[in-house]
Design a binder for this molecule. Sequence first.
Ligand code: FAD
Ligand code: NAP
Length: 542
Amino acid sequence: MSIETQIVDAVIVGAGFGGMYQLHRFRNMGLTTRVFDKASDVGGTWYWNRYPGARCDVESMAYSYSFSPELEQEWQWTEKYPTQPEILRYAQHVADRFDLRRDITFDTKVLSAHWDEGVGRWRVKTDGGETVEAQFLIMATGCLSAPKEIDIDGAASFRGPTYATHSWPHEGVDFSGQRVAVIGTGSSGIQTIPEVAKQAASMVVFQRTPNYSMPAQNRPLDPDEIAAMKAKYRDFRKAQRESGFGVPVPQPTMPAGMDTADGRQQKFQAGWDEGSLVAILTSYTDTLTNATANNYAQEFIRDKIRDIVDDPQTAEDLCPKTYPMGTKRPCLDTNYYATFNRDDVELVNLRRTPIECITDKGVKTTDAEYEVDTIVYATGFDAMTGALTRIDIRGKDGQSLRDVWADGPVSYLGLSISGFPNLFTVTGPSSPSVLSNMMVSIEQHVDWISDCIQWMNDQGHTVLEATPEAQEEWRAHVEVQGNLTLYPQADSWYMGANVPGKPRVFMAYIGGVGVYRVVCDSIAAQGYYGYVTDGASAMAAK
Ligand code: FAD
Ligand code: NAP
């Protein structure tokens, strides 16, 4: 029996923080909306990534919605850095409070979205067999939601259980008495290794590239500091929006080379003690743009690793040396380096002895076969583009997004793609997104998209599309900005370098969320410069 096609104003794909807020805004604008998520509940990232130790590394009172002062005042965060269960409870509370779930269809994957030029609508198909048509299609599919395929030979032959950090079992995993292998030492690996090691009988960590990690210095929040933040929340939110990374920090005033060695040591130590992702990176004006300045910060972290880790060879293996600090996502940890002082934890440096394959018994490197009972993959994501290209998205003239992005993603502002009318991406490639506190970027994008659609309705436009010229201007600008920094030097997921065969493009805008907001606002104020509406320039139409 075929299900009748429903026609709505908007379809939103994804019910993480992006999709949830977008739904709330559309409701208030009076748009009929359907939301789809393949998860069974809201929360996105925080629904899926339930591995032991999973935690945000932006402070809880900053990593939360700002759109509702009432919500802000009533919700009580308990720790400086919230755990995954606490963030998920927050997402669920938001869903309850704003009655969001009634428009969300869970356990449903969007398979395709095709633009029907004739009717000016997106035709969206799901794996539930449903087809929905919508004037607007909002992709709130997440930057870090499409797991990277396991690219190690023999992975299927392992006879024990395997787990992946990005889709952890809801019932949890008991590692007691188990010999565990962990593959991957990015943020997920670094968070989960100390926790799993506490439980397991033994652990072998397979590290291909070491990361720069700093102690989170996590702690319970004091009622007085919560009250103080709640009293100044409006000002704090404004400062977040105007900041570089979505986290207000004092702006550095001098390049690292102008300070004394002692001065640098003191500044970096203060950053280390603060337990913040950006404190060391923002100690000086040129840490992310000047290799020598960056090396001062690198050396500081390497010395810390050498201090903490007892075995000199293990310490040296844990020291990142092949890329500038900050150009792969830095990590915050709790006892990560100290975990390698445990007698039952071993580090295998895959640069010296690469993995040959997974066998039925464990992990085989060029040097040895490590027999284990369980393998944990913390091998990351097909970031930024994966969630979008896994959907069969076709715009004008049937052109496929996969083809358009074959040489790397192109986008106008990370919000729109030329040739794909009325489609918006929340924190899409070439916006600040993953280089920021993502709650700030998500809210900014959702607000901008909502205001744009309201403007279209007010002006009587039904179709809006980015021009190829504006898109190319923005692409070139993002590239120039990226090339002013050290980011392109790293084989990072920011560059697409973690996924074999993925084009090497720096996929985020490094200008900062404050500057980016001004750009987006001015584009709107100019009557949506760079867009055409219903065949006419938006500016001219205004
Ligand atoms: P997501 O939360 O990723 O939600 C996207 C949703 O879309 C998912 O639920 C997914 O199931 C759904 N979806 C995708 N494709 C389809 C489809 N075809 N059909 C149906 N549903 C689909 N950011 C920070 O700022 N600070 C942090 O400390 C931080 N920590 C993180 C820790 C981890 C482990 C990870 C993975 C990411 C972290 N991030 C962090 C980034 C995080 O993704 C964002 O902060 C934020 O949660 C993203 O929200 P979102 O709604 O944009 O996307
Ligand atoms: P990731 O940073 O991409 O790390 C993946 C790890 O797996 C890397 O060490 C990688 O090595 C390794 N790896 C991948 N394929 C491998 C292979 N075939 N053989 C051996 N090793 C392999 O992924 P992630 O840790 O899931 O984190 C992704 C992003 O999510 C983070 O950067 C961050 O933005 C976010 N996150 C944040 C937090 C937080 O603290 N709040 C926690 C988790 C995730 P190479 O580096 O050599 O490729």
